[in-house]
Design a protein around this ligand. Sequence first.
Ligand code: LMR
Length: 401
Amino acid sequence: TWSAVPAGPPDPILGITEAFKADTDSRKINLGVGAYRDENGKPYVLNAVKKAEEIITAAKLDKEYLPITGLASFTKNAAKLAYGAESVPLNQNAVAVTQAISGTGALRIGGAFLARHYPGAKAIYLPTPSWGNHKPLFMDSGLEVRQYRYFDKKTVGLDFAGLKEDLKNAPEGSIVLLHACAHNPTGVDPTQAQWAEISDVIAEKKLFPFFDMAYQGFASGSTDRDAFAVRHFVKQGHQVALAQSFAKNMGLYGERVGAFSLTTKDEEERKRVDSQIKIIVRPMYSNPPLHGAHIANTILSNPELYTVWEGEVKGMADRIISMRERLYELLTNGFQTPGEWGHIKSQIGMFSFTGLKTEQCKTLAEKAHVYMTMDGRISMAGLNGNNIEYFAESVDAAVKG
Ligand code: LMR
């Protein structure tokens, strides 16, 4: 029956984890997938999460189905975290929000909703480059995927002029995917002034902004600061779509906790939108899982745990920043590796877009047992005091050839 099914390629990101696991060398390092590791290279379960789980266990909750759109207290708190307590549409009950299978699931519900109900062009513009899963995800949702310029290889920064030109040339009504903070894979974000300009162009051209916010808190260490772009757009009168993930900022990767939301005109419109979100979700997976939503909700609704969590998000962000500084130091003053490495310090969030070529990335995996995605992206969180020198030395060897 399946004789005509061709073998597919491994996933560009998760396939790296598979290769890493198969490597038996003790020096091996996985800088592929964006998952936080502590200073000993170990996965990190946040104390806020452990405490929330104690509270949940003590409450002896049942295992009944959640409603189609998930745990209502969780989605309310998730929306508050993103849009801010002062948000006008939120306070007018005009935000349609549904729990989602983490950020990917949120994007997928959004893609499906837009494909079915968005009255404008069914084309979504992604930054070049973007997270590797964006393109297949939106294509499979039924949208046409196009691109806008984002990263400038020459300056190793934002191609702001190119970005604006491409958005200005997009047909009216097109959808634009924006990384709310900590752009994946480049670690290059617009400044607040640039966000304000992007908001103006999007308004002028009547484009529709769809934010992917997978790293709230991870960019600056502050969840409010990282929500600047989303909140600014809403204040400027845009209606937005938003995908949120709690994988990184709460370390809830495998629990699959996220939310998808749309801001609407008013409560009446919100109710209609809600009803259609349910019609999209029900045949996909009926209703979302319980446990992770309870964890996130307990943290978001308990002031004491919230404070513990905020401190831990900042702690993770700070450790990553210290690794950036150390790596820059090792490559420039330590090994005097040819090239300019300042971007390692200036890039934001979990990733650094090193500029290493595909061939060099391959060499690093084959010769040094150092794994990263083939676009030269490294997850900074995979570095620590024990492996960073070996990593820098391996990069130096790959660059010097
Ligand atoms: C990543 O980019 O590494 C993460 O978002 C994890 C994933 O699912 O790809």
